[in-house]
Design a protein around this ligand. Structure first.
Ligand code: ADP
Ligand code: MG
Length: 405
């Protein structure tokens, strides 16, 4: 089985999926904008061959290169787990008549308005929504939907250009900041706790499910630098509180006709028990969340995914043994990290709960916290009991402080 992997080494965790494909016996051919020499060793060692293109955004050139390649080697399958190039991968599948998502099937995963329209038709609960490309259109949608509302790009990511708007005055303030966005969704604001519903599927069957609880909600985490965002992958998915989200998730996958690979959905759990769809991607979650799944199960979901898309099954045991929480830290100050306050005490008092610790060292330059969830470092906590997981994660969020200067 020859699998063409688009962008096999970027972002960094793509390497592990690439390695997974090789581990389940596929012959993996890379296609990406990094030269082979710039690929992470994990990806490079897993590839039988790598095709370097100038830019993945130049679709015509990529198609030409892929045709050249196909004259020398048979391509059986095309995989791409990186959101910006999902459409490119779909186009390539159509070009070569290969199974997997085509462009029409990919579109509802990319365009948040179309996504919700398809789900509305299937009778699933989405926030009331409208999409528009004009200022007048936003005002008209606001009139119909009412405050509070959300305005966001139809194809956004990472809460970028996303605003909660509570009044006419706030809408006036927000509109100029959206001038560069071509089309927006205007949505009813859903006051709720926010969760993920992630799966690995094969032949339309859900082989693996995962649910994460975001603390706080991503838009809040994205809006305030002082917050240390926490994501908790939950051990016990059988609790009544999660039943509505799981049922919604399975229905969404069905309605979108998704068959093979990773999905990453976000959903809202309201205080009155109502569950509301947020968004879905035909890809794994980012922000080290696949690592969290691995800490939950003591398995390797990178290879699990690969086996699912190549052989239609996952043979590893995937029991949920622990809760696993990631905490992302943002330093105070700009420039280079000068110290880590509170780390020694936390490690002596709850070091047994720490599964991974990956903080920028003193002297390293700060990362851009708005552009990358990882920010200035990450801790992963793993515990059997949820209450203990929350306690320890909260302590790392509030008592560990990185400084820069
Ligand atoms: N209708 C909504 N009601 C409440 N919060 C929302 C709504 N839409 C978006 N948000 C907030 O904004 C965040 C980002 O929006 P989302 O649609 O997930 O886009 P992306 O994650 O691709 O940027 C969500 O995680 C949520 O916190
Ligand atoms: Mg989101």
């Amino acid at each position: 089985m020859n699998v063409l992997m688009v962008s096999p080494g970027f972002p960094a965790e793509m390497s592990f999926f690439t390695r997974g494909l090789a581990a389940v016996g596929a012959t993996v051919i890379g296609l990406g904008d990094q030269p082979a020499s710039a690929l992470p060793a994990t990806a490079r060692e897993a590839l039988a061959h790598h095709v370097h293109v100038e830019s993945l955004a130049d679709e015509a050139a990529v198609l030409h290169t892929a045709h050249e390649l196909s004259r020398h080697v048979r391509i059986d399958q095309i995989e791409c787990l990186w959101e910006p190039y999902m459409m490119l991968a779909a186009r390539l599948r159509e070009e070569f008549g290969l199974p997997g998502l085509n462009r029409a099937q990919t579109e509802p995963f990319r365009d948040k308005e179309l996504m919700k329209t398809v789900l509305d038709r299937a009778g699933l609960r989405t926030p009331r929504h409208e999409s528009t490309g004009t200022v007048a259109g936003v005002w008209a949608a606001a009139e119909r939907i009412g405050f509070p509302l959300i305005v966001k790009p139809i194809d956004g990511a990472g809460s970028a250009d996303t605003y909660r708007v509570d009044s006419v005055g706030e809408l006036n303030d927000v509109l100029p900041m959206l001038r560069h966005v071509r089309r927006v969704s205007v949505e009813e604001f859903i006051e709720a706790e926010e969760f993920t519903y992630d799966t690995v599927c094969a032949d339309g069957q859900i082989l693996f499910e995962n649910i994460c609880w975001y603390r706080p909600r991503p838009l809040q985490a994205h809006s305030h630098e002082w917050i240390s965002p926490i994501t908790i992958a939950l051990r016990d998915l059988s609790v009544p509180d999660l039943a509505g989200g799981r049922a919604l998730g399975a229905a969404v996958i069905d309605a979108l006709g998704f068959r093979d690979g990773f999905t990453h959905m976000e959903w809202y759990n309201k205080a009155d028990g109502e569950v509301v769809f947020g968004e879905i991607g035909a890809r794994p979650p980012g922000g080290r969340t696949v690592d969290l799944m691995n800490y939950v199960t003591d398995a390797d979901l990178f290879t699990g995914w690969a086996e699912a898309v190549v052989d239609g099954r996952i043979s590893q045991k995937l029991d949920r043994r622990y809760n696993a929480a990631s905490i992302f830290k943002r330093a105070i100050g700009s420039g280079c990290i000068t110290r880590h306050d509170g780390l020694d005490r936390l490690l002596s008092e709850c070091g047994g709960s720490v599964a991974a610790l990956d903080l920028l060292p003193v002297g390293a330059h700060r990362r851009d916290w708005r552009a990358t969830l990882i920010s200035d470092g990450m801790i992963i906590i793993r515990e059997y009991e949820l209450s203990r997981t929350i306690d320890v994660a909260d302590r790392f969020a509030s008592e560990l402080q990185l400084y820069a200067g």
